[in-house]
Design a binder for this molecule. Structure first.
Ligand code: ASP
Length: 346
């Protein structure tokens, strides 16, 4: 007899579980048990579902490093008692949290599926039910006794994505997420279909799960723009204890060639600050040295973020800084895909 999969539902907060305060019209988080009452359909699913909620569910704008560690600890504590995990999270920062969790969990062999919704679950036109029900089905999908998905994913509006490839692109459409540089891992229609050739194979070897909980958030994001001043760049690069900067450049990784700009970056790198080049374009990749306007960045030792999203670059930077890697190895490790977050061949 095949075993019924056991799924743990973790509610962190977000619109999915919010209600409208009728006096003010503002959306606020509310009791998780009430949330489940709105979806009796989940009792029809062929799996056992347990649920756990953040003590104080949050709007995901309040997500931070401590909450990421709390979430990781909940999954870690329950890892061997469940076959899969569904995380209910506000959509605003879901791509950040899901990317961070993908780096925190090494040698994963079970599905961790993030989902949420654009409308609260009690709303007549809600997208929450489909997102939640299908996420649970994905987390409980098995083949020959093995999970079909054994990585961190984000499911939203009929599409399953590799979480660390996603970005929130729309504040009002149900299709709120996009994976600009990697195709969806699955799609839900009349049938639930997976792109098996793209999914990670379950880690069923001897490699034990490792949960990396030291994240270093002494970092900054610097988006360049035409007219950016020396004062702005200098102020950011001189922040006390700064260890890493994600610099959002133009097109395929291009930036001003002005001397003051290059000198400031070079000085920061020589002080041991890691600078990662990601593109501000929605899709495509940094190709250092493709234009003259990125050749200088290559020469001063900037890290090539290739086709990584800003969300994932932030997650990877916090994770790798927390690992205390030797300075000589950091750049090469960052430029390699660790959890499928960037393309191999670039
Ligand atoms: N502000 C909400 C949040 O991110 C939006 C949502 O849940 O979609 O928590």
């Amino acid at each position: 007899m095949t075993k019924i999969p056991k799924i743990l539902l973790i509610y962190t907060g977000g619109t999915i579980g919010m209600v409208k305060d009728f006096n003010t019209g503002v959306l606020k988080t509310f009791n998780f048990d009430k949330l489940l009452m709105h979806i009796p359909e989940i009792n029809l699913l062929n799996c056992d579902i347990d649920s756990i909620s953040f003590e104080e569910p949050i709007d995901s704008s309040n997500m931070n490093v401590s909450n990421w560690v709390i979430l990781a600890e909940i999954i870690e504590k329950n890892y061997y008692n469940f076959d899969g995990f569904v995380i209910l999270h506000g959509s605003d920062t879901m791509s950040y949290t899901a990317s961070v969790i993908s780096f925190m969990f090494e040698n994963l062999s079970k599905p961790i599926i993030f989902t949420g919704s654009q409308l609260p679950i009690g709303d007549l036109r809600t997208d929450a039910k489909e997102n939640l029900i299908t996420s649970i089905q994905i987390a409980s999908s098995q083949e020959h006794g093995q999970p079909v998905v054994s990585e961190v994913c984000l499911y939203f509006e009929y599409k399953l994505y590799r979480a660390n490839r996603t970005t929130k692109v729309n504040a009002e459409h149900f299709q709120a997420f996009y994976s600009p540089n990697f195709p969806p891992l699955g799609e839900s229609g009349v049938y639930l279909k997976f792109s098996k050739q793209l999914l990670f194979k379950p880690n069923i070897g001897s490699e034990l799960l490792k949960v990396r909980k030291t994240l270093d958030n002494n970092i900054a994001i610097l988006k360049i723009f035409p007219g950016i001043t020396k004062e702005v760049v200098a102020a950011i690069l001189s922040i006390e204890n700064l260890k890493g900067v994600i610099i959002e450049t133009y097109g395929s990784g291009n930036a001003p060639t002005e001397k003051w700009f290059v000198n400031l970056l070079e000085q920061a790198i020589s002080k041991g600050i890691y600078i990662v080049n990601v593109t501000q374009c929605t899709s495509g990749s940094v190709i250092l040295g493709h234009y003259e306007t990125s050749e200088h960045l290559k020469n001063i030792g900037i890290i090539n973020g290739k086709d990584i999203t800003t969300e994932s670059a932030l997650a990877k930077l916090m994770y790798l800084l927390g690992e205390n890697l030797p300075q000589s190895a950091f750049k090469a490790i960052f430029e390699k895909p660790l959890r499928g977050e960037m393309s191999e061949e670039l």
